[in-house]
Ligand binder design. Sequence first.
Ligand code: URA
Length: 242
Amino acid sequence: MERLQKVIAQAGIASRRKAELLITAGQVQVNGRTVTELGTKVSERDEISVNGIPVGKECPVYFLLYKPVGVISSVIDDRSRTTVVDFFKQVPQRIFPVGRLDYDTSGAILMTNDGELANRLMHPRFKIDKTYIARVNPIPTSEQLRQLASGIKLEDGMTAEAKVRLISNDSGKGIASVQLTIHEGRNRQVRRMFSALHLHVRKLKRERYGFLSLEGLHPGDSRVLKPHEVRTLYHLANRDQS
Ligand code: URA
């Protein structure tokens, strides 16, 4: 027997938190009867539906997408722009991105229908490293690099310690490439960190999500995660794979 909100999250319908809201709002039925209690346990044999639509027992799928610039990291866009889900038209499962990259950021984004795992990976407690390459101008000083590493004061608080490396610089053009690894996932965090130091981000790419890199992929390409990679994600999220 599993908790109802967990089954809904695992089916990729919503995060566990949103599944709880669906239940308390009276939008979930078990064997045709509306259930509003969060503690409700269900078994394989129970017929669960959300707003009357049966929750299929989808098998979990996991992909890594190299998101190009100019793509929205959500399932639908109210302005009909291309979303990350549009790259998976051949995938029957209802997949969604784990976290977000800005419209103007490219790079590695995990796509899955495993709401439970996605929720955990996005939770700050699990501190998943995300590595970015930023093209910035002017060229950061060593003091600015040190500040990026030790923490920057943003309007939503200090940033956590980060790993920072100056990869290259072009003194003629006054542009540098900086590699920055953070484990937080605040909105537009990398851009805001540089901006707080009066450094302008001209290009931003996420080259790694945890241990997953873009190796072998071009913008718009995706690949299925290997079983050992899925196992490692479960391990990072401190969860049994069942
Ligand atoms: N930080 C940003 O500023 N943008 C992203 O897309 C990701 C992290």
